[in-house]
Design a binder for this molecule. Structure first.
Ligand code: URA
Length: 434
């Protein structure tokens, strides 16, 4: 077998065999297949697609490219949650302490942000002292002790995905259904998830721009889940405008803390409750979805969810005085108000543009090596369908780079459409597939 024949086969729209896919993944992970050869195969997959069998074989080969975690000795069923990515997506920070406070065991390995989408690990690391890179025995210890641990993906978990994801990102091949499905599911399988709830985002600030593609991606992941006996449920959610108000690491942590203390934003609530109620069901802690949502809301009201978040942060070495008093978080040097230049109803807040502006302000990485500025980002004061007067505050820009303020303000104003007509509010949860 050789890589040239495999590239040729996919280039000519033929189906790859299991052995050919394994050969590619092994060779690329070990450095025997070059980046330029892998890039041409990935581009051929991007252009010509893969069958369900090919995608499943790619997923398995990737999940077996490194360590496979076995969490079956932990007392409970491990239900994992993952999102296909979005702007202002602080859902894991809110959802996981809530379900953990209801007895769902949470063993979460998260990723870092790249490009316009954020990553939970960067957000957690904006809490002083919080350690995301603990080793596996410590991770398991934490789960046994308090029922929740949230860490970064270990170096040797699905290493093929790490290499391929970085490659895809550098050759404009991220938005591909077989490549996203295999990337996500390989990590979930390797990290020992027994059941999986996926937030499949759809819209301007998501990789899937329309509902058909989001549905196809969801169905592909559900099929892979069935093949490897890991029940998978997909919640399709809208990502046209940023989720909630804050975009940026510390800013999103603060919004998450406020949510857990009862200051609830409607769109975040809808997504959190839907995903959480299915996590509770899959964990065997509650059959009825509506009742599960009620239990989640109760645990916000009675403080149990917030206390679980405090316990999590403390257990991972974080300084809980920041969680108790969010004023302590370091602020950006410049917090600049942005005012509307028009009166009317907000018809659009383009999530992709807001994500890119926040990234440029320092909240995200353009390349993998970039450092994050934890305090940078945007806090929106309005949401789609709200009315705004000309001259009224629409957002704050947070940055440490004075040079970027004026351009970012203009870009932000250009990303928000204000018009006379009040458009209908879209549901944040589109549908649930299983
Ligand atoms: N998230 C992932 O983990 N992988 C992708 O390919 C896209 C989003």
């Amino acid at each position: 077998m050789n890589i040239l024949e495999i590239i040729e086969k996919k280039r000519d729209k033929n189906k790859l065999e299991k052995e050919e896919i394994s050969f590619f993944i092994k060779g690329y992970t070990q450095g025997k297949i070059t980046d330029y050869q892998a890039a041409s195969l990935v581009m051929a997959i991007y252009l010509n697609g893969m069958t369900e069998d090919e995608t499943a074989n790619l997923t398995l080969a990737m999940s077996e490219s490194g360590e496979m975690l076995d969490l079956s000795n932990i007392r409970d069923i491990i239900v994992d949650k993952h999102s296909t990515g979005g702007v202002g997506d602080k859902v894991s920070l809110i959802l996981l302490p809530i379900v953990a406070s209801l007895g769902v065991t949470v063993a979460k390995m998260s990723g870092r942000g790249l490009g316009f989408t954020g990553g939970t690990v960067d957000k957690l690391e904006s809490i002083p002292g919080y350690k995301t890179n603990i080793d596996i025995p410590q991770f398991i210890d934490n789960i046994e002790k308090i029922g929740i641990s949230m860490i970064s993906q270990t170096m040797n978990l699905a290493p093929a995905d790490k290499k391929l994801y970085a490659l895809r990102d550098s050759i404009a091949c991220v938005e591909s259904i077989p490549l996203i499905a295999s990337s996500i599911m390989s990590k979930k399988i390797a990290s020992g998830a027994q059941k999986i709830v996926l937030d499949v985002t759809c819209g301007k600030g998501a990789f899937m721009k329309n509902i058909e593609d989001a549905r196809n991606l969801a169905n592909e992941m559900i099929t892979i889940g069935k093949m490897v006996n890991r029940e998978t449920i997909c919640v399709l959610t809208s990502m046209d405008e940023p989720l909630g108000h804050a975009v940026g690491n510390t800013l999103e942590v603060i919004e998450a803390i406020q949510f857990l203390k009862g200051k609830i934003t409607e769109d975040v609530k809808e997504v959190v409750l839907e995903l959480g109620s299915y996590m509770i069901k899959l964990a065997g802690k509650g059959e009825n979805i509506e009742e599960n949502k009620q239990k989640m809301l109760e645990n916000i009201s009675n403080g149990n969810a917030f206390n679980k978040f405090l316990e999590l942060v403390k257990n991972q070495g974080g300084d809980i005085s920041y969680i108790e008093d969010t004023e302590k978080f370091e602020k950006a040097s410049y917090i600049e108000p942005v005012y509307s230049i028009k009166s009317g109803y907000i018809q659009e807040i383009n999530a992709l543009n807001v994500g890119k502006i926040a990234c440029n302000l320092g909240a995200g990485r353009i390349t993998k090596e970039d450092n994050i500025d934890a305090s940078a980002g945007i806090v929106l004061q309005k949401k789609v369908t709200d009315f705004i007067e000309k001259g009224e505050l629409i957002a704050y820009i947070h940055t440490n780079d004075k040079e970027k303020i004026q351009k970012s303000k203009k870009q932000l104003i250009d990303s928000i459409k204000v018009g006379e007509e009040k458009i209908e509010k879209k549901q944040s949860v589109i549908e649930v597939l299983m």
